[in-house]
Structures are given as C-alpha cells and as structure tokens.
Design a protein around this ligand. Structure first.
Ligand SMILES: [Fe+2]
Ligand SMILES: [Fe+2]
Length: 298
C-alpha cells in the first residue's frame, strides 16, 4: 500500500533544521507554539463537523472520532496553559494559516454521505491522516531541537508539553492507517480508491504546507505548480473543475501579500541593519534566480 510521507520544503529544509532555528529565537518559538495551539483547537471543530455530517452512520467511526476530539482538545488545553504561563500571545497566529490553506485546497465537490458513505469515509480519514503525519514529523523534530538547546526552565517546560502530545499524535496516525487498511480490504475497487485518496491528500497537504512557508517572490507561480500536482492525482474529468475553483486564489493570494508585509515589518523592527543586509538581498536574489530559471530554454 502507498505510504505517503510528507516531503521536505523545496527538498532542502528539513523539519529538524527548521526547528533548530525556531527554538533559537524566542519570539518565533512562541509564535510556532501558538500555531500548534491554533491547529489543535481548530481540529476539534473540524472533527466535530465530520461527526455531524455522519449523523449517526458508522457508529464505530463516530466513537473513535469523539475520542479523537477529546485528545485534540486536551492538546489545545496543554498548549494554551503553557503559552499563558509563558506570557505569550494566544490569538490567531500571524501570516498564512496551514489549516486554512489545507481546507481551501480540499475538493469542495459536495459528496452525498448517504449514497457515497465509503467515499466520504476514505477522503475524510485520508485527509486527517496526512495532516497528523505532518504534526508527528514536526513534534518529533521539535523535541529533538529542544534536547540540543540550552536547558532553560522555559525550554524544559515546552519540551515536556510536546512530549506529552507527541505519542498521542503517533496513535492518531496508526488509527488512520488501520481504518484505511480495513476499508481497502473490502474490495479491489475500494483498495484503488484508498490508494488514490492517499496520493491526492498527500499532494494537497504538501501544497498547503509549502504555501505557509513560501513567502518569497515567485511563490504564486509555485502555488500553481502545486495545484497541478494535486490535479494530477485526480481522475481526468475532475481536474478542470478543481483547477477552475482554485487557480484564482493561488494567483491573487491576498494573504500571501499580508504575510510578506508582516514578516518584513517584524524583521525590520527587530534589527533594521540586518534587515537591509540580509533580508532585502534574500528577496532580490530569489527574484533574480527565479527570473533566470524562467528564461532557461526547455
Ligand atoms: Fe493533536
Ligand atoms: Fe492528532
């Protein structure tokens, strides 16, 4: 069976490298923890929507999902307690939200739960599964980074909180794998559907993840490439509608512009000299490089 693991960002920055830098800067560290808090809290709402949509069908799954909501609520509670104790912000995190981006990229074709229960189960569980895998990858890298970092009381507290959450997230990944394997065992066509859903949601998740990190110039074009990657995992007849729905957002991307402004302001406020020396050239170089790349003959 396909095992779709999250890929590295632009095949270069791994989770461990990113987290090493995050942990070394208190402001970014606290923003990252608040992003985790936000995602955990939001997943309670999303899982509850799935429970409501199922409306009593598949009681075994409903039971599991209600336990899942309780786990995610506990994670959000632990992270909120931690952030409040550290005096950090607990509002909506700045910049592009991974969760919002993921939802925006989901295939919005309404599926009739009554007629296509298996369809709905497969896509729902595959979508949950791929985001849980990303969570595990980041939590494990975060714990690793905190073990290498100075053992301040604050860092120790943060590590202990993430160490409590991580095994439960790994349990959620195993839970999703079990359900998908059970559905795939029903028939060859179920197996095919499960494999296709895994590829599709892995591509959607990758696109959502990268758009949250990719704020450099040229990001809009790379987002279109990602949309094409997602479309390629779908049957031919579903592709045009998906692209028509999502292309305008990828190209205009107002939240991308806001993120750029937000990050530029943050960098400027912290260190104007470094901003001019490092931040500005970083954008300009990327722009020149992508212009050069675009000029290359095929
Ligand atoms: Fe969680
Ligand atoms: Fe989870």
């Amino acid at each position: 069976m396909t095992v779709a693991y999250p890929r590295k960002f632009k095949n270069s920055l791994g989770a461990r490298e990113i987290l090493r830098q995050v942990v070394s800067d208190r402001e970014i560290h606290l923003i990252t923890l608040n992003r985790y808090r936000y995602s955990e809290q939001r997943s309670c709402k999303d899982l509850t929507s799935v429970i409501e949509a199922l409306d009593g069908r598949c009681p075994e799954l409903l039971k599991d999902l209600s336990h899942h909501v309780s786990d995610e609520a506990r994670h959000a509670m632990w992270l909120t307690d931690l952030l409040v104790e550290l005096g950090a912000a607990v509002g909506k995190p700045p910049g592009i939200s991974y969760v919002d981006k993921f939802e925006e990229l989901l295939d919005t074709q309404a599926k009739n739960v009554e007629k296509n229960l298996d369809d709905v189960l497969i896509s729902t569980i595959a979508a949950i599964n791929v985001t849980e895998k990303r969570g595990c990858e980041y939590f494990s890298a975060h714990i690793y980074a905190l073990k290498q970092a100075p053992q301040t009381p604050e860092n120790v507290k943060i590590r202990e909180t993430i160490e409590r959450i991580f095994p439960e997230e790994a349990g959620h990944v195993r839970w999703g794998n079990r359900w998908l394997a059970q559905i795939a065992d029903k028939s060859p066509s179920h197996r095919q559907q499960v494999e296709q859903a895994k590829r599709k949601y892995a591509a959607i998740e990758q696109a959502a993840f990268e758009s949250g990190m990719d704020i450099t110039l040229g990001a809009e074009l790379r987002r279109v490439e990602k949309l094409l990657d997602v479309a390629k995992t779908m049957p031919l007849w579903e592709r045009p509608q998906y692209l028509m729905e999502h292309l305008p957002q990828a190209l205009v991307a107002p939240e991308l512009q806001m993120s750029r402004v937000n990050i530029a302001q943050r960098a400027w406020n912290r260190d104007p000299k470094a901003f001019m020396e490092r931040f500005v050239p970083m954008f300009l170089n990327l722009n020149t490089n992508s212009a050069k790349a675009n000029k290359k003959p095929n």
